[in-house]
Write a protein that binds this ligand. Structure first.
Ligand SMILES: Nc1ccn([C@@H]2O[C@H](COP(=O)(O)OP(=O)(O)OP(=O)(O)O)[C@@H](O)[C@H]2O)c(=O)n1
Ligand SMILES: [Ca+2]
Length: 547
């Protein structure tokens, strides 16, 4: 076969040689059609050969075209070098301030899940509301973290980087207690932020409703729940409800609960929010309980306990046995969370002594939740509307800090009973033993984990009425990916218009699929041309082979 093929090619070459010799040189006037120049001896051979030549050239050109097409597709559509944008948010909480630096690729800013935290800086000292007596020091306290942000963000992008400060419950309380001091604190932080090299976008006290809503947006953005593409879009279209996760935030001074309920009743419109995100409508329930953050809840509890105290000593079941603390009674009632309990006491200092009794502590805490009056179809506590709980919940900030310390945040969730017995066991441990084991942990935090654990269970079980059943739907989380769970990311996404109401038009194919498809099409094209050539102008050898 190979030999025969060789002979065929030999014949073609031979004829070409002859043709060259017999053909007159081609001039402008005497150009002879190529076919008529072929000697008659070779019969149809010259005709075949010319067609083959053309087909060969065509095949060669199509291969070249296919290669060019692929090269253009690969180079032209290569993602451009990343153009990174930055944003800064300061979370001025009641217990401390955190500065977050976020980054995202500029060309993808309307996509979901592209913004991520690249830096967090914990400001030294108390939260900004702690500067009520020395308001001019609130701003300078932020300088060190602003410097840290300067180091993270490239110099040439400093001026275009927006910086926002949102103050939460600590400042809400200070505004209630002393409006003038709250304004001075805000002016001081504004002055400092304006003097930083970034693009200052505002320093304000955010409402409890905003805090709840932005926390919910953050976790659902990070969990990819707003994504409306591919399979997820298809699955969403099959379900009537949107699969979002509820958000539980426990701070020092307030706590928020936010979720999409199954059915929305309009009985308490102040608790309802309507969003349109990425082309989908969300009806969200939210409530923020001021004074029910874990620090203020402890203050409330102590204020109540004080009412029944005759002398300056108080036994507290929520502190470890052997733990002692002294508090100043006069300062204690200045706080709006405790001022209702204010009365005259014949002593200025109160000595607290721990008892380490979990059950007694739970009963003690229970008094903080008034479950008697509910003007709605269902309530959490203190007459606040709460629709039936729905779906999964992400519980973050102090919910996470406390449960994480108690080793109760594993992937395989603990049952409600297991959590309760772990906290009971921890509360029963004498203080000297706890202090020895956890000597690296700040005493303020460590001494309150027993109370905090009991408070978290009371809030979730008695306050919101989570049961043994739906307890497993609570996920205690500190971070999602590289970003902290909290309201700051949602706040920035909203203020920079990075979450569009409608789904942004996106190319139907990803870059990878596009290049893949181009390669496939080109290969098919080349194969079809080769096949056509083989079918219509079968080389002699093949014809014989078939016969
Ligand atoms: N490792 C940690 C860190 C913080 N905390 C406690 O957790 C609470 C602070 O939670 P956070 O979410 O930081 O509250 P803030 O934002 O400061 O307060 P708020 O949101 O109410 O303004 C404080 O009681 C603090 O003592 C803790 O127990 N363990
Ligand atoms: Ca907070």
């Amino acid at each position: 076969m190979r030999k025969k093929q060789k002979t065929a090619w030999k014949e073609i070459l031979k004829w070409e040689k002859e043709a060259k010799m017999t053909s007159p040189p081609l001039g402008a006037d005497d150009a002879i059609p190529l076919q008529s120049a072929a000697p008659a001896v070779t019969g149809t051979k010259p005709k075949m050969s010319t067609t083959r030549k053309i087909l060969l050239i065509l095949g060669f050109l199509s291969t070249l075209a296919a290669i060019a097409l692929i090269t253009v597709a690969v180079t032209q559509n290569q993602p451009l070098p990343k153009n990174i944008k930055y944003g800064i948010v300061l979370d001025a909480g009641s217990s401390h301030t955190n500065l977050y630096v976020y980054e995202w690729p500029a060309e993808k800013e309307n996509d979901t899940g592209v913004v991520q935290q690249v830096e967090v800086c914990k400001v030294e000292g108390p939260g900004i509301s702690g500067y009520s007596q020395t308001t001019e020091k609130a701003g300078p306290s932020l300088v060190q973290c602003l410097r840290q942000a300067e180091g993270v963000i490239p110099l040439k992008q400093h001026q275009e980087t927006p910086v926002y400060l949102g103050a939460t419950a600590g400042m809400r309380l200070l505004r209630l207690e002393n409006k003038d001091a709250a304004e001075k604190v805000l002016s001081s932080v504004e002055k400092t932020l304006r003097s930083a090299p970034f693009n200052f976008q505002g320093a304000r006290i955010i409402s409890g409703q905003e805090e709840g809503a932005y926390g919910w947006i953050t976790i659902n953005y990070l969990l990819g729940n707003f994504k409306q593409s591919g399979w997820k879009k298809f699955l969403h279209s099959l379900k009537s409800v949107s699969e979002t996760s509820g958000a539980l935030d426990l701070g020092g001074a307030s706590t928020q609960i936010t979720f999409v309920p199954d059915e929305i009743s309009s009985e308490s419109p102040q608790n309802l929010l309507y969003f349109r995100l990425y082309g989908k409508d969300y009806r969200v329930y939210t409530h923020s309980f001021l004074c029910y953050g874990k620090d203020q809840a402890l203050q409330q509890k102590l204020a109540r306990d004080l009412q029944s105290t005759e002398n300056s000593s108080l036994f507290d079941p929520c502190f470890h046995q052997g733990y002692q603390r002294t508090i100043s009674v006069s300062n204690f009632f200045k706080n709006p969370c405790t001022s209702v309990e204010k009365k005259q006491f014949p002593f200025s200092q109160l000595h607290i002594e721990g008892e380490g009794n979990y059950e007694k502590c739970r009963r003690n805490i229970q008094n903080l939740f008034n479950k008697t009056d509910c003007p709605y179809s269902s309530c959490s506590f203190n007459g606040i509307y709460l629709p039936p709980l729905q779906g999964d919940f992400g519980a973050f900030s102090a919910f996470y800090f406390v449960m994480n310390f108690l080793n109760l945040t594993s992937d395989d969730p603990f049952t409600l009973d297991e959590v309760a017995s772990a906290i009971k066991k921890f509360c029963a441990r004498p203080w000297h033993e706890v202090k020895l084991q956890y000597h690296q942990i700040k005493e303020k935090y460590l001494s309150e984990y027993c109370f905090s654990g009991a408070y978290i269970l009371s809030l979730l079980e008695n306050g919101y009425e989570f049961t043994t059943e739906n307890w497993k739907r609570i996920h205690f989380l500190g971070k999602i990916g590289s970003s902290d769970a909290g309201w700051t990311l949602g706040y920035m996404l909203n203020l920079t218009n990075m979450i569009p109401a409608e789904e942004p038009p996106a190319p139907p194919l990803s870059y990878g699929s596009y290049v893949g498809l181009m390669v496939l099409c080109s290969l098919v094209l080349v194969s079809v041309i080769l096949l056509a050539w083989l079918l219509f102008h079968k080389p002699k050898c093949l014809q014989k082979g078939v016969v």
